[in-house]
Design a binder for this molecule. Sequence first.
Ligand SMILES: Cc1cc2nc3c(=O)[nH]c(=O)nc-3n(C[C@H](O)[C@H](O)[C@H](O)COP(=O)(O)O)c2cc1C
Length: 197
Amino acid sequence: MDHPQRSVIRILGIAGSLRAGSYNRALLRAAQELAPEHVSIQIFDIASIPLYNADVQADGDPEPVMRLKAAIAASDALLLASPEYNHSITGVLKNAIDWASVPPRTSPLSGKPVALMGASTGNTGTARAQMHLRQVCAFTNMLVLNHPEVLVGRARERFDEHGRLVDETSRRFVRRLLEALAEWVARLSAEASSQQD
Ligand SMILES: Cc1cc2nc3c(=O)[nH]c(=O)nc-3n(C[C@H](O)[C@H](O)[C@H](O)COP(=O)(O)O)c2cc1C
């Protein structure tokens, strides 16, 4: 559907994998390709985020953390694509969320609409990791979209050798997720404006 009058919805994509050939980063690239016209997706690379240390934080956020927080604050929504490591999300993604979550009073995560997706080489397509991620999102007061769930299992068969998502069903799900996220952002912002009236 065309939405010529709508302003652009800015989504910040974060992959929970640092490796160059990551399927999850490739899933974010697929999302960029499949995004509706009024949705733009920028990918933030969390490779430079240091390990969380409260002593370091007490002296002020390191520069990569400041950039991450500013990018989250400037976005209308987040799109998190995490691999599943040992039935949970990856340490690097949890670490980035931990940094962005403190101090809670000013955390840019609080009240942020978010959608989840993930790709794994096994059959379950990050289902268990996404359940954990929902728990983390709840505590940090992110507003997680419930449906559709995008679980890309057997990733080796769904992406080609250049890292392009070629599986049509997965592409349809990614597109539907982005449409649902755009509607979720619009609905939450309409509710927020009606509360101000
Ligand atoms: C430490 C580690 C733990 C893993 N645990 C799981 C797991 O619990 N479930 C699963 O489906 N895949 C698991 N995998 C396989 C990942 O799904 C696979 O490596 C995936 O491609 C990683 O995502 P990426 O391509 O974005 O880096 C694990 C991989 C690693 C390195």
